[in-house]
Design a protein around this ligand. Structure first.
Ligand code: KG4
Ligand code: ZN
Length: 350
């Protein structure tokens, strides 16, 4: 007789998505429910933390219920509760953690704290369907642009991150400058299709410094602002910008951002003598980035594992990394707290 495959419930509320998923220990996703707050934040051009927390309070229980219903899982079938505890917006993280603690207490099952960034990389492992470690990992999202050396599924060493804006944030801000809708990543990508990526040569930070595995996107963002609004920037109405000019700026900006990301991945692979690259996070959905990474993997001969589009932007299914953590004994007591900022550490220490 084969034993039933254990299931866990994962909860994700680190930013502006309220998400829950049921995933079994073979990494089969039985349900993945994401309630996006995009409509709520759109008119502000970015996430408003207090609004996000309040929306999580309203949505968390219906989202969990829906994840259990879709997966036909009852509460007593759950072997563990996984929850993202860092990094993220402190108020938002607390809503997910409170729900997770309550369930773990009532069901008397293990509580597993998950790092949101590591979960983004684990989406690549889930997609590959086999071990992908050791590897270099790039996480590119609205809040982070991080390079890791990943020795194993829960041994992530941060090699470098951005010293100012995250790349997703740069996409969002440049989109706003061009009068394109939030979130900026998808808007820039579609505007860029009609644009000339060579019309403007925007700066590419630290590209020649192979030792420096860090990013900076604020200079690129400012260069775009000068191109659009003049130097010093004058008041302008983005709605009056010429459509071809918008497309050309979008394409040239996207090309510069992608160029920097691909170059730093190549430098990290060489520095750590790794042969596999994992790429996750919202910006990993960008088609030009995916195309350029594929090309680099062919010319440099490394193995590329891109997170599937369904697991690039925030979701709870990628918290399946919790199975690895549970098996390694990384569970938490009920007094565990959230950590809003990025924790710089070598080995996993919950
Ligand atoms: O991972 P994610 O959903 O949330 C965070 O953890 O931040 O990433 C959201 C970010 C946003 O900045 C959004 O503009 C960007 O990912 N993004 C994209 C694309 N789709 C989403 N950026 C570039 N191209 C895309 N296709
Ligand atoms: Zn994310």
């Amino acid at each position: 007789m084969t034993l039933p495959c254990r299931r866990l419930l994962a909860i994700e509320t680190s930013c502006d998505e309220t998400a829950a998923a049921v995933v079994d220990e073979r990494l089969c996703v039985h349900s993945s429910v994401v309630s996006s707050q995009m409509g709520l934040h759109q008119r502000f051009g970015g996430v408003v933390p207090e609004l996000a927390s309040r929306a999580h309070v309203e949505r968390i229980l219906p989202v969990i219920d829906e994840a259990l219903r879709q997966s036909q899982t009852s509460l007593d079938q759950l072997a563990a509760i996984a929850v993202v505890t860092h990094p993220g917006l402190v108020g938002s993280l607390l809503i997910g953690l409170t729900a997770a603690k309550t369930l773990a207490l009532v069901l008397d099952c293990p509580l597993i704290p998950v790092d949101h960034i590591e979960a983004h990389l684990y989406a690549c492992r889930m997609h590959a369907g086999r071990d992908v470690f050791p590897a270099i990992g790039l996480v590119v999202s609205g809040g982070h642009s991080n390079l890791y050396d990943c020795a194993g599924p829960h041994e992530f060493e941060l090699l470098g991150s951005t010293i100012d804006d995250a790349v997703g944030e740069a996409f969002d801000k440049v989109a706003a400058m061009l009068g394109l809708p939030y979130p900026g990543g998808p808007s820039i990508q579609s505007a860029a299709v009609r644009g000339d990526s060579k019309r403007f040569r925007f700066p590419r930070s630290f590209q020649k410094d192979a030792e420096r595995l860090e990013f900076s996107f604020s200079g690129l963002k400012t260069a775009v602002l000068y191109e659009v609004a003049g130097k010093p920037p004058a008041q302008y109405d983005p709605k009056l910008l010429d459509a071809q000019f918008v497309a050309d700026v979008a394409a040239s900006f996207q090309e510069a951002a992608v160029d920097v990301l691909v170059t730093k991945c190549r430098q990290a692979l060489a520095a750590r003598a790794r042969h596999t690259l994992l790429v996750g996070g919202g910006v990993a959905a960008n088609s030009r980035l995916r195309e350029q990474l594929e090309q680099a993997s062919r010319s440099d001969r490394f193995h590329l594992v891109l997170a599937p589009l369904s697991l690039c932007t925030d979701n709870a299914a990628m918290s399946a990394i919790a199975w690895e953590l549970l098996n390694a004994g990384h569970t938490a007591d009920l007094d565990v707290d959230v950590t809003a900022g990025l924790v710089r550490r070598k080995k996993h220490s919950p």
